[in-house]
Design a protein around this ligand. Sequence first.
Ligand code: UD1
Ligand code: MG
Length: 439
Amino acid sequence: MPAAVILAAGLGTRMRSALPKVLHPLGGRPMLAHLLETAARLFDRIVVVTGPGMEEVARLAAPHAVALQQDRLGTGHAARMAAPLLAGYPGDVAILYGDNPLIGEETLRRLIAARSAAELVLLAMRPADPGRYGRVVTDEAGDVRRIVEWRDATEEERAIPLCNAGGLCAAADRLFGWLARLRPDNAAGEYYLTDVVALAVAEGLRCRAVEGPAEELAGINSRAELAAAEALLQRRWRQAALEGGATLIAPDTVHFSHDTQLAPDVLVEPHVVFGPGVRVESGALIRAFSHLEGCVVRAGAIVGPFARLRPGTVVGEGAHVGNFVEIKAATLGPGAKANHLTYLGDASIGAGSNIGAGTITCNYDGQAKHRTEIGAQAFIGSNTALVAPVRVGDGALVAAGSTITEDVPADALAIARGRQVIKPGRGARQRKGGATEAG
Ligand code: UD1
Ligand code: MG
């Protein structure tokens, strides 16, 4: 198996961002995570090249090795930084760009396999708009002679439709030999990785291009290109959800993450966002304008419209979560209901319990989070504040408007609110300019 070097040290100037380019989110995770996942299936060693101040990139790369490119002197210079970590590596090394997140496994396999026919192989594409990609110069036999960067290219060279997609592969010793010989004598004053082609050809070695789909190989250099890649992923995932047996009433308005799982016969209404880590079981209904992340919605449950399920939420079988309900790190048992205007955080609610409108679990005391535990078949009246830590037993009732600060035993009724007082005639007196006690 070959090794891979992933270049991720670039600042991504064209993104106009304080965040390193490869950390920009795509499909619910950092751009680089996509390529790392694909590469991990194909390469037995991976080295990620990061830049100074990019500890977050190094964390994301773990457990793979990381090489630091102190000065960003170009893609060839970045690739060179991996040399000490792969010294004496007996096989092939592929250099990949971290801003190429959508490269498919199949395309990478074709690149690796092509090495049987040439000493150096590279990924190429023919995008509808070749823009500022490097151009691949070939001879009559179709062998690659060199790559010319757009900035350095003549008008004639810019007219070449075959573009360098980024991604090349050669024997480790040869590749690091060429990298050591690169010179920054070009328009950008950078060490271009792409110049290894001319060095290989000058040695009389053969270089071939492996063409892949342009949409898969598009590099992400700007926010617009990031948005285009996101749109492509979303189209794929919507299609996969439909093929998997989910109904999406308005597919174009449903937003998925890389790991969204919808079982057959899930129905999703328009304008739903699935953040990372969501699993929805069969027959569940996700109603319009709901936002879900890090949660499980069990079979036959109904969520929304306008529900927010945050990480750690489990909505039990047949349970209902209605409008303007937010749930975090909480389990709603089978058949339980929280239908209106409620916050349930750090809580467990037993089977069949009813949570009235406006119920709030007061889970945070300013320092720490505390749990609320509600048993099965309990009834929590509207506008109840449950001051955690607190427990409400099975079958207990809580009167509307209560502020519950002590545990409620099973089957008991708890009332914790000011007692109502009636003062006959006081309203009328006040209107005439008398007592104003009512406020
Ligand atoms: C590069 C290619 C170009 C190709 C295009 C495909 C070169 C010189 N040019 O251009 O031929 O058509 O990709 O998308 O290789 N990086 C570093 N350190 C650096 C510079 C870059 O790690 O000093 C990393 C970046 O984080 C990025 C990758 O290398 O992930 C590519 O760099 P980028 O600046 O995006 O190159 P392009 O201009 O897109
Ligand atoms: Mg790029």
